[in-house]
Design a protein around this ligand. Sequence first.
Ligand code: ATP
Ligand code: MG
Length: 311
Amino acid sequence: MTGDRILVQLKHVVNEVAKIAHETFPKLIEIKTDIPRDLWTVSADPTQMHQVLLNMLVNARDAMPHGGTLSISAENVNLDAGHSHTQPGATPGPYVSIVISDTGTGIPADIQGKIFEPFFTTKEIGMGTGLGLSTTLAIVRSHGGFINLTSEVGKGTTFCIHIPATGTASGEALASVKADLPMGHGELVLIIDDEAAVREITKETLEVYGYKAITANDGAEGVALFAENAKDIRVVITDMMMPVMGGEAVIVALHKRDPGVKIIATSGLTDKRKIVTPPDARVRVFLTKPYTAEKLLTTLKAVLRGGGLKA
Ligand SMILES: Nc1ncnc2c1ncn2[C@@H]1O[C@H](COP(=O)(O)OP(=O)(O)OP(=O)(O)O)[C@@H](O)[C@H]1O
Ligand SMILES: [Mg+2]
């Protein structure tokens, strides 16, 4: 489920689906929206985002056959490391959160765990395929996001969709942030990471700041890409913790191919000593994930200038 990813202002997508709801939902349903203008940007497939939100709104509509209130709101949130523990698989960092609330039937506790399963529906035959939420969840996950659900029978339901933010502010603000951080000049960077969200955010950031980037999903692919593009690649950013071919093996292979290769190692591990021990003196810098755009860009600049032996 990987569509074309571009920098998306989710507020436009949210406003678009809200407009469809306004025009087509029964008048007994009151629709409220609260979308801040400075909502951060995300790296997403806008068509898929549209599909996700529309399914949520249609579900809310169907849950209110006698009318009610449908609220759609959005906000910028920073998920800290502590919080991300409550959300397995969620990387700490900036997210755009979209909240869709209805005052409908609610979802009984015993079926809350089933609604994301393919073909689970409580709708009459011909009224729903039960594929809406399973597709929605797959799309959100493929964007590195997650969904929270709270519901009470007879009161209503709230779905909260989190999508990782790539721009720290709206287009305008991003431009001003941009001016303060060291820009690249078209240097090619190879990003090796098994986590799609990390790869995409890193690539996106580098491209916004004047670099070129290519990505590999695992160590073997990374080594192959390096072999093909060794002449052009200026820096390699590699995750240390990857299945099959881990960072250590990648570093050895890259170094064999080009002893002058500049490598930035990254890991979610906080214990640096584990990684920057002698065999990896080839590693210029160690970055702890999640890293900010600022940390990434300043580190990259230092490495390109030939410095940065210490993290
Ligand atoms: N806002 C909501 N309020 C109450 N129940 C809901 C809500 N959203 C989803 N559900 C429950 O979850 C089930 C699955 O939703 P899902 O979107 O996957 O399929 P569907 O809406 O039944 O069919 P489809 O989306 O394919 O037309 C619904 O049938 C309904 O029982
Ligand atoms: Mg549905």
